[in-house]
Design a protein around this ligand. Structure first.
Ligand code: GLU
Length: 255
C-alpha cells in the first residue's frame, strides 16, 4: 500500500515545544517497520514552528509573521535532523520537500512535486513534507497540515491517509467538555452537523483542529483515499490502521 501519514505538532512535541523524544523515536521505529513490510510511506510532518519555539527558548508561540517564520526556519532544521538520525537507525533515507499552496495550485509546479515524490518512493526514500513556513504568508499558504496532508495523499494516489493527533478520533461532541461524547468509528459522509460541532484550534502550538481534519477528510474522500484519524500518543496504533483493524475514526472514500 501507499500510505500518507500526517503527524501534528501536539504529537511530536511537549507543550514546551521541546521534542517528545520517546514518542518520536517510537513513531520512526513503527514507520520504518511498516516500510520494511513493503509499504510506501509519505510523511507530512508539522512541528517546525513548535520546535523553533522550543529551540529559541521562546515563552509562547509567536503571533507575528516574521517571528513565526524565523521559528519555522530554526525548527524545520531541527525536525529534519531528528528524522534523519532516527530513520537512519533503521536504514531508511529521508528526503525533505517544502511547499506552499501556490505550488499546488500551479499545475506545472504541482506536477513537478508529484513527480519528485513518486521518484523518491521509487528510489526507496521516505519523503517528509511540510509547508514552507518561512515564505508562506496567508495569501499563498495551504494554511494547515491536515489539508496539506490530504492534498499530498490525493496527489500520489495513496491507498490510505493516516492522521495522528492528540485525541482518539471524531466524537459526537467535544470530549474535552462533554463526558457523554462518543467516538464515531466510521464516516461515509461529512455532514453539516459534524462541521458545526468541530470547533476551532486543537492545541496551542499547532494550527489545525477537528475542523481542518474534517475538511481534509472531504478532500481525501473525494479523491478516493480513505482517511483515518487516530491518537498519536502510541504510534504503534499505525499497525492497526494499516492492518485494517478498527481504530480511531475511518472516513470511507467515495469509490
Ligand atoms: N507547518 C506548520 C509547522 O510545521 C504546522 C501547520 C499545522 O500544524 O497544521 O509548524
Amino acid at each position: 500500500m501507499k500510505i500518507t501519514v500526517k503527524v501534528g505538532t501536539s504529537t511530536l512535541t511537549h507543550k514546551t515545544g521541546r521534542l517528545n523524544i520517546r514518542r518520536v523515536e517510537e513513531l520512526c521505529k513503527v514507520l520504518s517497520d511498516v516500510k520494511n513490510a513493503g509499504h510506501d510511506i509519505v510523511l507530512v510532518s508539522s512541528g517546525a514552528i513548535g520546535m523553533g519555539v522550543g529551540k529559541l527558548n521562546m515563552a509562547d508561540k509567536p503571533q507575528d509573521m516574521p517571528t513565526k517564520q524565523a521559528a519555522a526556519a530554526v525548527g524545520q532544521c531541527e525536525l529534519m535532523y531528528v528524522y534523519d538520525n532516527l530513520f537512519q537507525e533503521y536504514n531508511h533515507t529521508v528526503g525533505q520537500i517544502l511547499i506552499t499552496g501556490e505550488d499546488l495550485a500551479d499545475s506545472v509546479r504541482h506536477e513537478n512535486f508529484t513527480n519528485t515524490l513518486n521518484r523518491l518512493l521509487e528510489l526507496g526514500a521516505l519523503p517528509i513534507i511540510n509547508e514552507n513556513d518561512t515564505i508562506a504568508t496567508s495569501e499563498i499558504a495551504v494554511g494547515d497540515n491536515d489539508t496539506l496532508g490530504a492534498l499530498v495523499a490525493a496527489s500520489v494516489k495513496s491507498d490510505l491517509f493516516i492522521v495522528l493527533t492528540d485525541i482518539d478520533g471524531l466524537y459526537t461532541a467535544d470530549p474535552r467538555r462533554d463526558p457523554n461524547a462518543q467516538l464515531i468509528s466510521e464516516v461515509t459522509e461529512i455532514t453539516k452537523e459534524m462541521l458545526q460541532g468541530a470547533g476551532g484550534q486543537g492545541s496551542s502550538l499547532g494550527t489545525g483542529g477537528m475542523a481542518t481534519k474534517l475538511s481534509a477528510a472531504k478532500i481525501a474522500m473525494d479523491a478516493g483515499v480513505d482517511m483515518i484519524i487516530v491518537n498519536g500518543a502510541s504510534p504503534e496504533i499505525i499497525y492497526d490502521a494499516v492492518d485494517g483493524r478498527s481504530v480511531g475514526t475511518r472516513f470511507i472514500a467515495k469509490k
